[in-house]
Write a protein that binds this ligand. Structure first.
Ligand code: ADQ
Length: 465
């Protein structure tokens, strides 16, 4: 296998070091990269007065990382601007929150050039380059402009929006045209892939033959390849000492009540407001159940410099306060709302102690929390996963209770159903979900993508009917 060069916006601290709340992408890549020699390049997360392109190398737990610092203006326009004020909301169907500023688009382009300029000397002939996510759509094209002839793949970790939504983006066609610099583009689900194909075919006149899409003189292979977790590792974590302590702590403090757990970055796409309202509906419709359950919502803040994130944080603070004020008693609080991150081993114990995993994003590329919740369960007495139909994970975890997160009634009914589900039914459903995350784990995902990246482009799969 050739050396692997992974490029993503941020480079996560490799596993083993204290890193607090890691995003799903970071968790997935640190396991994937450890198995190859090579390097992981990205922004250090640090600011510099003047961009120099200096690279900081680090080697930790078998992973070499290389990072660069960015200027304040870069961070404002590229990261807080185009990536998280324009692309993230639009790609999560939140047209109402997306902002279109020329400075953002300009900063995004400039920083992608800075990535290309800085990483180019690190790429050796024969290396396979794998670029991650929506921060870096044009990077493959920027590398090609600098003479890079290596195989370059791109994986999108968020949904691809329907074509009419994407058309709202002023630079949509140019952005998508530049994706044809890649050899392979991966999406989590068939749904996101279909939306991409719709756009390139209907808006841009691309032709599709099997899994190869051609626009002008450039062809790119596309695939749907759902990311997984390191399932055996997570199963072990859930049985380890730290998880057992967390499990005990939760069971003691639950005092015989059933715990419902939600774990998410504090992000409007995760449907936290709707989740609280669905849970409130359950409390209203089933007053006899009130003191028998509680909801633990763990939500560490993210992207605090972006206004929409400040607003969702305020909304959730007042909503949890209102619900607790309305229904709490001297010896019971309906929602425990916690804004800090926890280690993965502690989280595993918390998942295992929860009768219900409540995962209700309004739109999510995949959602790894749903998979972690399943992996952490006791096979003899598993809890029940309630999962949004609009998470990519719903295409695989079909035996979860699938809900429309916008419907408080559906969420309330699902909670009731999960609380009443008998053990044989819980075991049956859990086994089906577990089989899926065992087969399609993080190693499977990485291999699927890299196999596609190694395939010569002429070997097209037969056309789908
Ligand atoms: P995220 O939006 O970050 O990822 P997700 O897939 O759920 O969403 O991953 C979150 C990760 O962070 C999980 O591994 C979880 O354990 C961890 N985490 C969350 N809250 C935590 C807390 N309080 N403490 C500690 N850890 C916490 C993006 C996309 C997803 C896609 C992933 C991977 O938005 O749709 O699944 O990338 O492709």
């Amino acid at each position: 296998m050739n050396r692997l060069v992974i490029i993503s916006n941020r480079v996560s601290a490799p596993k083993g070091s204290e890193s607090g709340a890691q995003g799903g992408l970071a968790v997935a890549l640190s396991s994937a990269l450890r198995q190859y020699s090579g390097v992981w390049f990205g922004w250090s997360g640090e600011r510099t007065d003047t961009f120099t392109g200096d690279i900081h190398f680090q080697r930790d737990h078998g992973v070499t990382t290389a990072t660069m610092d960015l200027e304040d203006q870069d961070i404002d326009e590229y990261y807080n601007g185009y990536a998280n004020r324009t692309l993230w909301p639009l790609f999560h169907y939140r047209v109402d929150l997306a902002e279109y500023e020329r400075e953002f688009a300009g900063g995004y382009q400039r920083v992608n050039e800075r990535f290309a300029q800085t990483v180019t000397p690190l790429i050796e002939p024969g290396d396979v380059v794998w670029i991650q996510d929506y921060h870096l759509f044009p990077l493959g094209d920027e590398l090609r402009r600098r003479g890079c002839e290596n195989r370059i793949g791109f994986f999108l970790h968020i949904p691809w929006p329907p074509r009419r939504l994407l058309s709202i983006l002023p630079e949509a066609q140019e952005l998508v045209r530049r994706l044809f610099a890649y050899d392979v583009i991966g999406f989590h689900t068939e749904e996101w892939l279909e939306s991409f194909l719709d756009f390139v075919r209907l808006e841009m006149g691309a032709t599709i033959t099997g899994d190869v899409v051609t626009l002008g003189t450039r062809s790119v292979r596309v695939l749907a390849c759902p990311i997984g977790i390191d399932t055996p590792e997570f199963v072990d974590l859930a049985r380890g000492v730290t998880a057992r302590l967390a499990y005990r702590r939760m069971r003691d403090s639950a005092d015989g009540r059933d715990m419902i757990v939600g774990v998410d970055r504090l992000d409007y796409s995760k449907g936290l407001e709707e989740r609280f309202l669905g849970y409130e509906r359950f409390l209203v419709e089933h007053p006899e159940e009130r003191k028998e359950v509680f909801l633990l919502q763990i939500a560490p803040p993210s992207r605090g410099a972006v206004g929409s994130y400040q607003r969702i944080r305020n909304t959730l603070e007042s909503l949890s306060g209102r619900i607790n004020g309305a229904y709490a008693d001297v010896d019971w609080v309906p929602i425990r709302y916690v804004n800090q991150g926890y280690g993965r081993d502690t989280l595993a114990g918390i998942y295992r102690a929860a009768k219900i995993g409540l995962v209700t994003p309004l739109r999510d590329g995949m959602n790894l929390v749903a998979k972690e919740y399943v992996a952490a369960q006791d096979p003899e007495d598993p809890g029940v996963l309630i999962l949004s139909r609009f998470a990519g994970a719903a295409a695989q975890l079909t035996e979860a209770i699938l809900v429309n997160p916008y419907s408080a009634e559906e969420v309330s009914d699902a909670i009731r159903m999960a609380l009443r589900m008998d053990k044989p039914e819980r075991i049956r459903r859990w086994r089906a979900c577990m089989a899926s995350i065992e087969q399609q784990d993080i190693n499977w995902w990485r291999q699927q993508f890299l196999d596609a990246l190694m395939l010569p482009l002429s070997v097209a799969a037969p056309a789908a009917d």
